[in-house]
Design a binder for this molecule. Structure first.
Ligand code: CUA
Length: 339
């Protein structure tokens, strides 16, 4: 390839990087919500420590190898009128052999010690009344969060108090998924029929991005959730809101929406049909997103109800295109008032 051609390709690649770096599927979240390099919890900090430590080891190895490489390249380069007398050099050196066997072993052991220590630290099950237990269930393609002690469940939005250990009991209902909150650390396999445990905490209040980290089907990349880490007082308020009975249905429009909900939505969204189980919508009005990926507003809710598969391919949610505009309006209003 000509030099000009190469430059053109490089220019296109650089431009593509710039353009694609601006892509953000979830406009609902701050940009640092998905950053492993800016951890907001103990587990994330420990993982980052290990990342930096292994990079440091790699840099030292790289520097040594490059120094030897450049030395050999210069010293033994082909020179006019000079022929290399190979008989002057030995083909074996026991000291060197020992050094380049022992050094990599030492480097790996140095990396293994903190890795094993952190792994055991993070696997420790926290005890005491102070620990919040959350049961996580992964479904194609949404997340269910149960608060067993508080006696309610929700979906797509996990609320946790800042500075407290949160112990997750994680399982799934269909295929393999993986529970991952990059800014907080961790990542745990979601396996149907098995409960995996993970402990995380958030040191700073904020909205963090959760992802499914195991290819699980057509909408794997859209299997997102939010983690709302908030100060204890705000968390307690949220708990009270979630535990209170739902707001009363007042207007005629809402009543119409309730009727539609009770005749069509309820069989999946109240857990009556375990095969087609959908998220619990009792407190849907408190959410910050729709289906985990859309901004929470009326327009998006209607778009989701009309054709969910166009937004999340493979979702088990049925189309609600049999509703006319007025009925859709009523259902939307009913759902958005479930607080
Ligand atoms: Cu669930 Cu990927």
């Amino acid at each position: 390839m000509s030099r000009k051609g190469l430059w053109r390709i490089l220019a296109v690649l650089a431009l593509a990087m710039l353009v694609l770096a601006g892509c953000d599927s979830s406009k609902i979240l701050p940009s640092d919500a998905l950053n492993v390099l800016d951890p907001k919890g103990t587990a994330g900090e420990k993982s980052l420590d290990l990342i930096y430590f292994s990079i440091a080891i790699m840099l030292v190895v790289f520097a040594i190898v490059m120094a030897i490489f450049i030395y050999v390249l210069v010293k033994f380069r082909k020179r006019e009128g000079v022929t290399l007398d190979r008989s002057k050099y030995k083909d074996h050196n026991t000291v060197l052999e020992i050094i380049w066997t022992v050094l990599p072993i030492a480097a790996l052991v140095a990396l293994a010690i903190p890795t094993v220590k952190y792994t055991f630290d993070l696997a420790e099950v926290p005890k005491g009344d102070d620990v919040l237990v959350v049961e996580v269930v992964g479904h194609q393609y949404w997340w269910e969060f149960k608060y067993p002690k508080q006696g309610f469940k929700t979906a797509q939005e996990l609320h946790i108090p800042v500075g407290k250990k949160v112990h997750f009991k994680i399982t799934g209902t269909d295929v393999l998924h993986a529970f991952w909150v990059p800014a907080l650390g961790g990542k745990m396999d979601v396996i149907p029929g098995r409960v995996n445990e993970l402990t995380l905490d958030a040191k700073k209040a904020g909205l963090y991005h959760g992802k499914c980290a195991e290819l699980c089907g057509a909408s794997h990349a859209l299997m997102d959730f939010k983690v709302v880490a908030e100060e204890q007082a705000d968390f307690d308020k949220w708990l009270a809101k979630m535990s209170a009975p739902p707001a009363p249905v007042v207007t005629a429009k809402e009543k119409q929406g309730e009727e539609i909900f009770n005749s069509s939505c309820i069989k999946c969204h109240a857990g009556m049909d375990p095969k087609r189980q959908g998220p619990d919508l009792t407190k849907f009005g408190n959410r910050q997103s729709i289906a985990g990926v859309l901004k929470y507003d009326e327009k998006n809710l209607k778009a989701w109800l009309k054709d969910p598969k166009s937004i999340k391919p493979g979702t088990k949610m049925e189309k609600f295109d049999f509703l006319n505009d007025q009925e859709l309006d009523a259902l939307t209003q009913y759902l958005m008032n479930r607080k």
